[in-house]
Design a protein. Structure first.
Length: 597
């Protein structure tokens, strides 16, 4: 073979080899592309399946939550219509497939918050590992928000007033947080926000978060100078590693009324004042309430105390009946020694502690301190259930507790914070000094505070009987135990009820009940006045000739009594008789009775 032919063959072989290699490469590429396509397709199918599964499980949890709220809550639509619930539920359903787990959990909470019931709530602890936190806390002092915790190095900002966050005023921040925080009072919302003011996910969900996840606090120092502090969120582990400083670290000392026990404790504050701290409506396993009361009784017997302070400011609730032995002891001290009882309430006072505070007020105790986070009339008696897929725990109220239906002290109230007779808030300056503002003021003031008259409140049976009894000179009565089944035995008006029964002014409302908190009608007022005049040997003169208003005639079951008190001039001539009488009008009618001779 010649050289030319040899080169030609070699070249041909090389070309053939290159073609074969290209074909192999192309085949390999085609195979690789097919594999990638297959993997991609499988991934998409898997993701779609996961999304569908997530959507299905979320839908199941959402449906389960809503149906169980409807099943267990005594009045789910008391504060928001069913359409409001369904509208929010549909909005949540529209994003089940795409939203993050954190947002889904907060969506569920927003549905629960729509109930408007502080006791109906759900845990958001499940998002703790999926969110970040700011090295700060905001607290309420002196009627404003202040920075109470911050990262070390920013101590100069502590105690400064927080006026805005990321350009939103604090009122705007609270309004946005109210969409997903369970609260039936403004104080409860404020307290819940303060406790969670460091959680990044909440600001993001509320639409307050900047894109870079930072918070800019707008502040005012003590001299009114504007400042700003930018905070970045960190995960839970990093937060633990940070050095933070709080206002509590700057206190000169702790107040002498600092937490004395998990449950209840007592001590003498001075020769005149005895102090009882009731922190949980739960029986101490190591000291029964009966044993505790025996200790208190011994202390009181060894002293000459003029005032007993009962502190409920740290009490978040439990079982309202635990305190009853103490209430009976206090009633005895009030009756036999004339001891004054002052009850301290505050932002933490909640649930059963609200009931106990109202019961103490029903005894004649004055309430001092700050408005409570819990409401007077409220849903409560909590039950619970768990969502089937996420395992999130939900607590739901099982009944409505209307204290205004039971106690004269709660008359005219509704789902509102329990307001003290005398407000004595804790000041920031005293806090830093280690001074309990309220107790210190009570100890240094020469006169004890008085119960607020609340003259605009509707007149109840108990209140009017008490007024009439006082007008009769408060004659000493033989105590008739168990006169009525619905009396607890420690009410301030018990002697008045005994007097009214003995003088045949009232025999109750039937079924062995007195119905203390029932609001009087003008008809009942007239009957009570006529019978009281007879009991006090009064002979009122006729002073009014005008015709009895038609509204008082309609439906009258004792027209003679109404006509009589009208002619005596006891009923207010220009009153709106379509509305029940008030305490102010009750006092005026009793005074008129005494002057009508």
């Amino acid at each position: 073979m010649n050289k030319f032919k040899s080169n030609y063959l070699t070249t041909g072989l090389i070309c053939l080899l290159m073609v074969l290699m290209m074909n192999v490469s192309m085949a390999a590429a085609e195979t690789e592309t097919g594999t990638e396509t297959k993997v991609k397709a499988e991934t998409e199918i898997k993701v779609k399946a996961e999304n569908e599964t997530r959507q299905e499980t979320r839908q199941e949890d959402l449906d389960f939550l809503y149906e169980n709220l409807k099943t267990y809550h005594p009045n789910l639509f008391a504060n928001a219509s069913e359409e409001n619930f369904l509208s929010l539920k549909r909005a949540i359903e529209s994003r089940l497939e795409t939203e993050s787990n954190v947002d889904f959990v907060l969506d569920l909470q927003s549905l629960v918050a729509l109930v408007g019931d502080s006791h109906t709530n759900r845990s958001i602890s499940s998002i703790a590992d999926e969110t970040h936190f700011y090295p700060m806390k905001i607290s309420w002092f002196d009627g404003a928000w202040v920075l109470s915790t911050t990262e070390k190095g920013h101590e100069d900002f502590l105690g400064n007033q927080v006026v805005a966050i990321n350009g939103f005023t604090m009122d705007q921040v609270l309004e946005r947080f109210s969409k997903f925080m369970s609260a039936d009072t403004a104080v409860k919302l404020r307290r819940t926000y303060g406790q969670s003011s460091y959680i990044e996910a909440l600001y993001r969900y509320a639409g307050i978060m900047d894109e870079d996840a930072s918070l800019k606090l707008s502040l005012l120092d003590s001299e009114g100078h504007e400042k700003s502090l930018v905070l970045n969120a960190v995960d839970a582990e990093s937060l633990k590693a940070l050095s933070v400083v709080s206002l509590s670290d700057l206190r000169e000392k702790k107040p002498f009324t600092d937490s004395m026990s998990k449950y209840y404790a007592s001590k003498s504050l001075n020769d005149n004042t005895y102090y009882i701290q009731y922190n949980r409506c739960v029986e101490d396993p190591d000291l029964s309430m009966t044993q505790f009361c025996n200790q208190v009784k011994s202390d009181l017997g060894n002293g000459n105390y003029q005032c007993i302070l009962v502190d409920l400011r740290k009490n978040g609730g439990g079982s309202d009946g635990v305190i009853y032995p103490l209430l009976m002891l206090l009633r005895e001290e009030m009756d036999t020694k004339g001891v004054k009882v002052v009850t301290l309430i505050g932002e933490t006072t909640f649930s059963s502690a609200i009931i106990n505070a109202v019961e103490l007020q029903e005894m004649g105790s004055v309430l001092v301190g700050e408005p409570t986070s819990g409401s007077v009339d409220h849903f409560g008696s909590v039950n619970g259930f768990e969502l089937p897929n996420s395992g999130i725990k939900v607590q739901v109220s099982s009944k409505f507790i209307g204290l205004s239906d039971y106690f004269d002290a709660a008359a005219g109230m509704d789902t509102v914070s329990l307001i003290p007779d005398v407000e004595m808030p804790q000041t920031l300056a005293d806090y830093l000094l280690g001074v309990d503002t309220c107790v210190e003021q009570l100890l240094t003031d020469s006169t004890l505070p008085q119960i607020a008259e609340r003259e605009w409140v509707p007149l109840t049976r108990a209140r009017f009987v008490g007024m009439l009894y006082k007008a009769a000179g408060s004659p000493k009565q033989m105590v008739n135990e168990n006169t009525f089944a619905d009396l607890l035995g420690f009410e301030w008006y018990l002697p008045a009820v005994d007097w009214a029964v003995n003088e045949k002014i009232t025999s109750g409302t039937g079924d062995h009940r007195f119905s203390s908190a029932r609001v009087l009608t003008w008809q009942e007022v007239a009957v009570f006045l006529v019978r009281s005049a007879k009991a006090m040997d009064l002979e009122p003169k006729i002073t009014r000739e005008s015709q009895l208003p038609e509204v008082l005639v309609l439906g009258a079951w004792d027209l003679e009594s109404i006509e009589m008190v009208w002619k005596w001039g006891l009923l207010p001539e220009n009153a709106n008789f379509n509305m029940p009488p008030t305490r102010l009008q009750g006092n005026a009618m009793v005074e008129a009775l005494l002057m009508a001779q």
